[in-house]
Write a protein that binds this ligand. Sequence first.
Ligand SMILES: [Zn+2]
Length: 142
Amino acid sequence: MKQSLMRPEFIELAPPVLEDGVLYISQKYKTSLHKCCCGCGETVVLQLTPAHWQVEVHGSKVSLHPSVGNWGMRCQSHYWIKNSQVVWAKQMSPSQIAAVRERDKQDQAIHIARVNASKSQNAGALNTLWELLKKLGRWLMG
Ligand SMILES: [Zn+2]
């Protein structure tokens, strides 16, 4: 069934059967699981790291950033979870999907370079790389 509301549930390990309309959050494993909101029955696994997704829980409300784009799945559904509401995105063309995926990859590369730079002995060189990636990112995002 297509979902319009999601509620958060904190877990340590994934339950064997996932309920519709529940966003399972494992802080220990920095992972979230939910059944695809379109009702196709597929499980969507999201990594909760600054380079991937962030989840915010306020009482019984949950928000997820950025949007969930299930382009690796048959349904190709794309939606936001904002204040527990499922907000459906318009169907994107294959070229739009490719552009978004490319941008996400750039964001991740920037984040990873920044984290590594802060931990590296050779921080100077990596900072230069990070600046370069930032410029590249800006250029790609117009
Ligand atoms: Zn689906």
